[in-house]
Design a protein around this ligand. Structure first.
Ligand SMILES: [Fe+2]
Length: 318
């Protein structure tokens, strides 16, 4: 592997980073870690409880959640074949940051990114998404700074501004208080504010903190790296939303989070740390139902478990 993995950012990209969507260029594919063979080996050794196996309609509607399944006993080679032929979305959580071989690339990559963008990264986690043609991710936001480094195939990420229209404060509070699963209320008129970015291999997209986004793959198997990282900015912002979310729920107040002056944010952050101890959060709502098994012989490689097949047909036109 030769460094650098990240192409230098233009002065304009450096200025816009963190405020607007920015596209970066990288050489992750050249590491050899993202070929079918390398990914099959990674799947074989990555803890299975860290691999999410999901399905959805092709060209999924922006507000439709996934259905979870299992790939018990399947080899990495067979699972790669199922993603190529079927309708699957694999999320190898923490693979970039936890697997020794991938961490050897993740750490220098992150260091280059931090230097180029002048970011101070407090902590970071990286995962790998391997997904079928025409699959995608519904409209949601993430609590940390997030970015998508695309390695194989082609996909469109739709990026929306984190404003009162696309991300109402109360919707974000519900996510950070773990009342929801990061999915957000969606309305078709949001598309007027969307910035679609077509990602080809070697491109990465970054966007402003909490910016809602959704993804649709084109007609190819897709491999991407997701990176979630914390900065002082993300921690302070989340401290404000958390504290205000608790005040709204426990004291019936109606606070605004986006107008809190920067100088006051550390106090909110401290309050949020205290409140996290005093006010127990509900367990994150998780859907534990596994509705299908991956099966190379089944249509779309999805074998529905008895009684769990969706009532409505899963396939829909583009
Ligand atoms: Fe996301």
């Amino acid at each position: 592997m030769t460094l650098p993995l990240l192409h230098p950012l233009t002065a304009d990209a450096k200025r816009r980073h963190g405020r607007e969507p920015v596209v970066l260029l990288h050489r992750l594919a050249e590491t050899g870690l993202f070929t079918d063979e390398a990914l099959a080996r990674l799947i074989d050794r990555h803890p299975r409880e860290l691999i999410d196996v999901l399905t959805m309609k092709r060209n999924p509607p922006p507000d439709e959640r996934w259905i979870a399944g299992e790939a018990k006993g399947m080899s990495g080679k067979d699972l790669m074949e199922a993603v190529r032929r079927g309708r699957l979305w694999l999320n190898l959580r923490r693979a970039m940051s936890a697997d020794v071989e991938y961490r050897a690339v993740f750490e220098p990559l992150l260091a280059e990114f931090a230097k180029e963008t002048r970011s101070t990264i407090l902590s970071a986690v990286g995962g790998i998404l391997i997904s079928s043609p025409r699959c995608g991710i519904f409209y949601h936001c993430d609590p940390t700074e997030t970015m998508l480094w695309h390695v194989r195939g082609k996909k469109t990420i739709y990026l929306y501004p984190p404003d009162d229209t696309h991300l109402p404060e109360q919707a974000y509070e519900a996510a950070i208080l773990k009342e929801t699963l990061n999915d957000l209320p969606y309305r078709p008129e949001f598309e007027a504010g969307a910035k679609p970015v077509v990602l080809e291999p070697g491109m990465a997209a970054t966007w402003p903190l909490h910016g809602p986004h959704r993804v649709v793959n084109h007609d190819s198997l897709n491999v991407s790296v997701t990176i979630e990282y914390s900065t002082a900015r993300s921690k302070l912002a989340n401290g404000v939303f958390f504290t205000n979310g608790v005040l709204r729920r426990k004291l019936g107040l109606n606070p605004r989070s986006r107008t809190v002056p920067t100088v006051l944010k550390p106090a909110y952050w401290l309050a949020s740390k205290l409140l996290q101890r005093l006010v127990p959060l509900p367990d994150a709502p998780r859907n534990h139902v596994r509705a299908f098994d991956v099966d190379l012989k089944a249509p779309d490689c999805i074998a529905w478990r008895p009684g769990l097949e969706p009532a409505e047909p899963m396939d829909r036109a583009a």
